[in-house]
Design a binder for this molecule. Structure first.
Ligand code: SF4
Length: 363
């Protein structure tokens, strides 16, 4: 059967990008992909194998489940174990191990844990169960916070008093600054997260290029997007430039999404947050503003503060900071597999360890 014109065009484009990469990558160049979805796309499309050896792609802290601190996991497990509470969560969280248990174990023990696909589902659960408290586990970066903010505004407007959110949300720019200042990290450039920048725009990450001379390209999620972004980064190096550019122009704009930014600003405020394996980063989390305190699960249930505890032997922290490849963790593929994950980087579908286990086995 003759090859379709569209797939011929795509092959032609990919060949062109790879040829230009080959020409421009005459000396070593290390690129960190910040976003977990990029990590999966790179692994799934075997892009590392296609690139010249001078190009090194390393994964960063862009999987929201993976960077959720153990103290936050223990906090939501405590909440889920309370009587009369329905815990609404995205499916990725269900097997993430806390210090002693996970949501799956709690559910087997009788806790009411429901997997939802949107905050609208969680709100609907609250409407349908007026005699119960519905607590939504808010985990994610700037991509997910607008819909969570809208759910809180809706709950307030409609007077849905039995809905609340446990906010463990994080924002990307502060962790980028931390990476830029990490003397042990050797990175020349960044593939910046397309969906996050579709919300916040490029202004909040311009400092990476201006202050630290680290170029970045806001990138989409197909193999071609990633190859084109690598070409754009290599062109910057060849021309001695350091800028934040946008490859993902079909979705992301320099100014971001003003409507989404406004709704987040109305509901959330910056707070210090602890990142798994990385530690406390100032103003890198989002707390719920006082005006929405009645829908803040932390206030509503007076949740205790738990201690951060790393899983012994798990090197998620080093993986998230780009210091090692997942395959360099001694437990990778042995004690730690997607069926029996030891750390969160192996649990989440966007986790580097899970992506490597599924698609790659080399470092
Ligand atoms: Fe942690 Fe498992 Fe990844 Fe090792 S392979 S860093 S134990 S999640």
């Amino acid at each position: 059967m003759p090859m379709k014109k569209e797939s011929k065009d795509l092959r032609y484009l990919a060949k062109g990008y790879l040829a230009e990469i080959q020409t421009l990558a005459q000396s070593p160049f290390t690129i960190m992909e910040v976003c977990g979805t990029h990590t999966v796309a790179i692994a799934k499309n075997a892009l590392r194998e296609l690139l010249p050896t001078s190009i090194r792609l390393i994964s960063g802290p862009g999987c929201p489940v993976c960077v959720t601190d153990s103290s936050d996991i223990d906090r939501y497990l405590y909440l889920a174990a309370q009587p009369n509470v329905i815990t609404a969560t995205f499916g990725d969280m269900i097997r993430v191990p806390g210090t002693e248990k996970n949501l799956q174990v709690l559910r087997a023990e009788g806790a009411d844990v429901r997997i939802v696909y949107s905050t609208q589902d969680a709100l609907e659960l609250a409407r349908q169960n007026p005699d119960k408290e519905v607590a939504f586990l808010g985990i994610g970066f700037e991509t997910t916070t607008p819909t969570v903010a809208v759910s809180l505004e809706t709950a307030k407007q409609e007077g849905i008093a039995n809905y609340s959110v446990l906010s463990m949300h994080k924002v990307v720019p502060p962790v980028l600054r931390l990476l830029a200042e990490d003397e042990e990290l050797v990175v020349d450039a960044f593939l910046d997260p397309g969906h996050v920048c579709a919300i916040i725009g490029t202004e909040p990450i311009e400092f990476m290029a201006k202050d630290y001379g680290l170029p970045g390209v806001v990138t989409g999620f197909s193999a071609l997007d990633i190859l084109e972004a690598i070409v754009m980064l290599l062109r910057q190096r060849a021309e001695g430039r350091s800028k934040i550019e946008i490859q993902y122009k079909r979705v992301a704009r320099a100014e971001g999404n003003p409507h989404a930014k406004r709704v987040v600003e109305r509901v959330f405020e910056p707070v210090d947050a602890s990142w798994r394996g990385i530690g406390m980063i100032r103003q890198s989390g989002l707390g719920i503003r006082e005006e929405y305190g009645a829908w803040d699960a932390t206030r509503k249930f007076a949740l205790p503060v738990f201690r951060s505890a790393e899983t012994p032997g798990c090197r998620c922290g080093d993986v998230l900071k780009g210091r090692i490849y997942p395959t360099q963790c001694p437990m990778f593929g042995k004690r730690c597999t997607p069926m029996k994950p030891v750390g969160p980087c192996m649990v989440s579908s966007e986790g580097s360890c899970a992506a490597y286990h599924r698609y790659v086995q080399r470092s």
